[in-house]
Design a protein around this ligand. Structure first.
Ligand SMILES: [Cu+2]
Length: 83
């Protein structure tokens, strides 16, 4: 019985964290889009990187790879200096 409870708790936590991540990606993409709309002072190379990471993040999110998406979007956010 204890084993079953532990399994249920583990599954619930896993689900909750992946659901939180699934919500995380669109929030990060929105922040990136908002920062980009403000014409940030970036070099052409940095702009290209931000756009690349933003596109990759969206692709990963749609593929269900939320952790990778969050990590990729974080790189774009770092360039834009946003959190
Ligand atoms: Cu996602």
């Amino acid at each position: 019985m204890k084993k079953l409870t532990a399994a249920v708790v583990a599954t619930t936590l896993l689900f909750a964290s992946s659901a939180a991540l699934a919500f995380h990606c669109p929030a990060d993409m929105k922040k990136i889009d908002e920062a980009m709309a403000k014409n940030p002072k970036l070099s052409a190379a940095q702009m290209a990187d931000v756009k690349k990471f933003r596109a990759e993040g969206e692709t990963l999110h749609k593929a269900g790879k939320h952790q990778e998406s969050v990590d990729t979007l974080a790189k774009a956010m770092k360039i834009l200096d946003i959190k």
